[in-house]
Design a protein around this ligand. Structure first.
Ligand code: HEC
Ligand code: HEC
Length: 445
């Protein structure tokens, strides 16, 4: 609890880190490229020719792939397509693709095994088949650990636990039989924090457990298929650069109108009610890196409790591994009060994505127990520049009232374990006018 100290970081090259994020694959297993082209061509006509929005600087076949996929050469010469960090850590906002914005609408409710099986027939030749099988077997083994029943929430923490439970900490050799107790199902819901906060944060993750050399924690973020220390060691320098790049990222600027006079009235409200935990902004910014006890912040305690109480074996695994040579897992029974730079873009709020707008975060009586994001006919979520967050329908009942599985998956049900939307009542005592002004001020961060 209290302030998290700064740890020394290995210096890296931000530009090279950006290039690595766009053009190299940390996930070393994947679908053979030629099978991807065939399967994508059949399933979604035009996908290969029009990969959708792109970040500048993609090279080779990556230029033809959607930004969340990367092509790379596997040992043995087969070119593979794998998911990269940006499927979770980039998103479109108002039609613009934003680096580092957590994808709040990623759908992890569909069993990946179905899609994998559908690609099998597009694979030709022994070398491709070997690669396809490696990928297919690994994802199939992990499929239950990737799933959630709510569109938008993430299971990355759970996946990390499941992956470490099936690897020898010293050699990183994979074992189909778990070597440690597997984490309890279902996975707790986790929101994806924006990357631009790394400029200020001393530790990673919602409870600040990722301490020491942050590059080593990132190295663990996408190593589903790296099964030896040699492989991981070879990638380690990439992550030194990626960390340097993430620490150089700035938040996006609010794209709509701001009432400057109103925002100025919100500034003193922020200074007296929020600054102590969230810091101050502008050129001479201060950020206290505070972890706040679950009892004090009052938000759903399940994730912090799980990280604190149920991860002894993860901590000892980590400490014995290559990752633990320079980094530590130090959970606290609380949550980090995050920097609020670009916070208008990061709805839904809290570590479990339980609150759809900032207006509701600052007035706990206005938080919907059951809600569903409204979408355009094309399926895009709709931003609410008044409440700062996602336009949503408040529902009278939770998932049990849904008419179909698809509908069920769209419902955020705050009565589920880990899904609670209580606590953080620091805006409750403000008047409606103060809250309005505070929201206007938050648009300027
Ligand atoms: C499946 C989705 C997913 C993928 C893929 C993924 N991440 Fe994450 N990432 C998350 C989630 C969820 C969290 C929050 C975990 C927590 O705080 O407990 C997170 C946290 C982080 C954080 C810490 C942010 C903070 O403020 O504490 C960084 C940095 C990060 N990821 C980098 C990466 C990098 C680099 C990659 C690729 C090598 C990657 N991630 C791949 C989902 C993902
Ligand atoms: C006692 C410390 C404390 C005070 C005071 C406080 N906060 Fe927080 N805030 C936190 C913590 C801790 C979290 C993370 C809680 C969680 O995710 O469960 C948080 C989360 C948030 C988030 C969600 C961020 C995200 O991306 O999900 C916002 C927005 C926020 N606070 C705004 C404010 C504002 C505005 C005020 C002033 C009215 C305020 N906070 C006062 C500790 C505090």
């Amino acid at each position: 609890m209290g302030a998290i100290p700064a740890y020394p970081q290995r210096p890296g090259d931000p530009q090279r880190g950006y290039d690595t994020l766009l053009n190299r694959a940390a996930l070393t297993c994947g679908l053979p490229y030629s099978a991807y082209v065939k399967a994508a061509g059949k399933a979604r006509a035009g996908l290969v020719r029009d990969p959708g929005p792109q970040f500048p600087g993609r090279t080779g076949h990556n230029r033809q792939l959607p930004y969340m996929l990367s092509a790379h050469q596997a040992p043995g010469g087969v070119e593979l397509v794998s998911t990269n960090c940006l499927g979770c850590h980039a998103a479109t906002f108002d039609g613009r693709l934003i680096m580092g914005l957590g994808n709040a609408f990623l759908d992890m409710t569909q069993d990946p095994v179905v899609e994998i099986a559908a690609t099998g027939s597009a694979v030709t030749g022994q070398a491709q088949r070997t690669q396809w099988r490696r990928w297919s077997e690994r994802i199939t083994r992990l499929s239950a650990d990737l799933l959630t029943d709510t569109v938008g929430v993430n299971t990355a923490d759970h996946l990390t636990l499941a992956l470490t439970a099936q690897r020898d900490p010293k050699t990183l050799a994979w074992s189909d039989k778990p070597l440690l107790a597997l984490p309890p199902q279902p996975a707790l819901p986790v929101a994806i924090p924006p990357w631009w906060n790394l400029r200020k944060k001393h530790a990673l993750f919602h409870s600040g457990e990722g301490r020491g050399d942050l590059g080593r924690h990132l190295l663990l973020a996408n190593t589903t298929c790296t099964d030896s220390v040699a492989e991981v060691r070879a990638m380690d320098p990439w992550f030194v650069d990626i960390r340097a790049y993430l620490a150089s990222l700035l938040p996006p600027k609010y794209p709509y109108a701001i009432d400057q006079a109103l925002a100025e009235r919100g500034y003193p409200v922020f200074q007296s009610n929020c600054k102590g935990c969230h810091g101050s902004y502008g050129e001479d910014w201060r950020y206290p890196n505070r972890v706040v006890a679950v009892g004090e912040v009052g938000t759903d305690p399940a994730l912090a409790r799980a990280a604190y109480n149920e991860t002894d074996h993860l901590r000892s695994w980590f400490a014995q591994s290559f990752y633990g040579e320079l980094a530590q897992l130090t959970p606290a029974l609380g949550y980090v009060a995050p920097p609020l730079d670009g916070v208008w873009a990061t709805a839904p709020y809290l570590h479990n994505d339980s609150v759809p707008t900032l207006a509701a975060l600052l007035n706990s009586a206005a938080r919907p127990a059951y809600w569903r994001a409204r979408r355009t006919a094309a399926g895009a979520p709709i931003y609410d520049p008044e409440a700062l967050g996602w336009v949503h329908d408040t529902l009278a009942e939770g998932k049990s009232a849904a008419m179909s599985w698809d509908e069920r998956d769209q419902v955020y049900d705050s009565t589920g374990k880990g899904y609670g939307n209580g606590g953080h009542r620091f805006g409750d005592t403000l008047s409606a006018a103060e809250r309005r002004a505070l929201i206007e001020y938050l648009k300027t961060l």
